[in-house]
Design a protein around this ligand. Structure first.
Ligand SMILES: NC(=O)c1ccc[n+]([C@@H]2O[C@H](COP(=O)([O-])OP(=O)(O)OC[C@H]3O[C@@H](n4cnc5c(N)ncnc54)[C@H](O)[C@@H]3O)[C@@H](O)[C@H]2O)c1
Length: 316
């Protein structure tokens, strides 16, 4: 297929681009480099530096689909400046969908997020749990989900939303480089590398097995594989939603232990109060993705940490 990957200069978008190329797809990337990195440009991918609002200048009827990862995705920023999320995520995505319709591009795979679920308070989140975002970031992603449902029904788009939970790991040199970095594993690894002196653990009084928050981690290469599969199962006139989860949670302290083991470093940590809006447990059922996409994540926490550590040491 000929595909446009939006956000292909970002952490996940670069790995998705790589996996699509490895499967023989022809990939073009559209990225405004607002949080991405120009140095991840992969050989063979055509590069367009620009905003998704201007996707009309790139898309034409030769494209078979769009993998839409470009977004603003900082929860805290979205609370302080919600307007940035309405414009940057909702309005821009609407213009992208308009451009797809104008050019007759038939399918979209969209990066959704656990943040649309809010704090559902169930053991395993299935796709049937009603979404209830607790911040503008999650609300902006849910609004795009609603657009895709309506676009599929009204105009026959083949749409798939993949709900990511916690993404980790690296693919060779392609690693997490967010600024600010809010994710646990890269922040712990920075301490191991000596780039910071300590890491913070937010909340040690949760009603969990060791008092720290529990999340569902997926290796970025396994996550990218789900996109390749979703492009093939997307059906005209339908909007499918899949949780990309393992059904198993790992606590912050368990991640810390793994990072200490993999790096051989004692990572000093400071215990801080819970962050507002951080639920105790967020674990997703991946049953629907297994059944309908044939998607089974293969890489465990140790491999996520070890791949991220190798990439950080070799390529930072
Ligand atoms: N990293 C995670 O754990 C996680 C979890 C859930 C969902 N997601 C979603 O996955 C997607 C990718 O996340 P990431 O961690 O790779 O983030 P990232 O910031 O590394 O990548 C996002 C990319 O999109 C580009 N971009 C942003 N707005 C744009 C616009 N308007 N026009 C063109 N390009 C634009 C940025 O320059 C960047 O290259 C996002 O949609 C995010 O909401 C990520």
């Amino acid at each position: 297929m000929k595909l446009l990957v939006t956000g292909g200069a970002g952490y996940i978008g670069a790995v998705v681009t790589q996996q699509l190329q490895r499967k023989g797809h022809c990939v073009e990337v559209l990225d405004n480099l607002s949080t991405g990195h120009a140095d991840v440009q992969l050989p063979g991918a055509v590069w367009h530096e620009g905003d998704i609002s201007d996707a009309g200048q790139v898309l034409d009827p030769s494209f078979d689909g769009v993998v839409h990862l470009a977004a603003k995705s900082l929860v805290g920023e979205s609370v302080e400046h919600p307007e940035r999320y309405w414009h940057g995520n909702i309005v821009s995505s609407l213009r992208l969908i308009d451009a797809m319709r104008d050019a007759g591009v038939p399918r979209m795979v969209f990066s959704s997020t656990a943040a649309v679920c809010g704090e559902p308070g169930v053991d395993k989140i299935t796709e049937d749990v009603p979404p209830c975002p607790t911040n503008p970031y999650g609300a902006s992603k849910l609004a795009i989900d609603h657009m895709l449902t309506a676009e599929a029904q009204a105009h026959g788009l083949a749409a798939v939303s993949l709900r990511y939970f916690n993404v980790a790991g690296a693919s060779g040199a392609l690693r997490e480089r967010h600024d600010p970095e809010t994710h646990l594993i890269p922040n712990l690894l920075r301490v191991a590398l000596g780039e910071s002196s300590e890491a913070k653990i937010f909340g040690t009084d949760y009603p969990t097995r060791d008092g720290t928050a529990i999340r569902d981690y997926i290796h970025v290469v396994d996550l990218a594989d789900a996109h390749v599969r979703a492009l093939h199962t997307a059906a005209s006139g339908q909007h499918a939603v899949y949780n990309l989860g393992t059904g198993t949670g790992t606590s912050v302290r368990e991640i810390l232990d793994t990072v200490r083991e993999v790096t051989g470093c004692n990572i000093p940590v400071v215990e801080a109060p819970r962050r507002a809006g951080d639920p105790a447990v967020l674990v997703a059922s991946g049953d629907r993705a297994a059944l309908e996409l044939g998607w089974f994540p293969e890489r465990d926490i140790r491999q996520m940490v070890s791949d991220a550590w190798t990439a950080l040491q070799r390529f930072s």
